[in-house]
Write a protein of this length. Structure first.
Length: 150
């Protein structure tokens, strides 16, 4: 568990990362990028099947925001000193690539999108966009956490 100092830094950095991630997802929707790649809808459908009840569309967004602002950022705060790199942005980038691999290999198959969302039928575009999603979050996370640590 992170110390109190690492904890508040992780929460602040995680909030910043979650905001940039949300802005990218808003832009994706607004610009109609990859319209058949809707990971939040897939998560909503999976949650509905698991719980046996209808899940409001805002729930997956809130889960993502809260997860990024707390749990994922706490792990980053704990691993920060061991991640390769001299600056927060590099540490964040490495953390993001690791997260992307986990998302593509574990999370996407769990919500029915297969490995790296290849079931969507758009080639590697969903995999590349999900990498951009994770890097937007994690590089921001790393930069803010690094700035708070200096």
């Amino acid at each position: 568990m992170p110390s109190g100092d690492r904890m508040w830094k992780a929460v602040v950095a995680g909030l910043c990362g979650s905001i940039t991630h949300s802005l990218l997802m808003y832009f994706k929707s607004w610009a109609e990028l990859l319209p058949s790649f809707q990971p939040y809808e897939s998560l909503q459908t999976t949650l509905s099947h698991v719980t046996g009840t209808a899940i409001h569309p805002v729930v997956p967004w809130l889960l993502s925001f809260l997860n990024g602002s707390t749990f994922v950022s706490f792990i980053f705060g704990h691993l920060y000193r061991w991640l390769p790199g001299n600056v927060g942005a590099i540490k964040g980038m490495i953390y993001g690539v690791l997260g992307w691999a986990i998302m593509g290999l574990v999370f996407f198959p769990m919500i029915g999108l297969r490995l790296f969302a290849l079931q969507v039928g758009l080639g590697i575009s969903p995999a590349l966009f999900s990498l951009a999603m994770l890097l937007t979050y994690s590089v921001t996370l790393g930069m803010v956490y690094g700035a708070l640590n200096s």
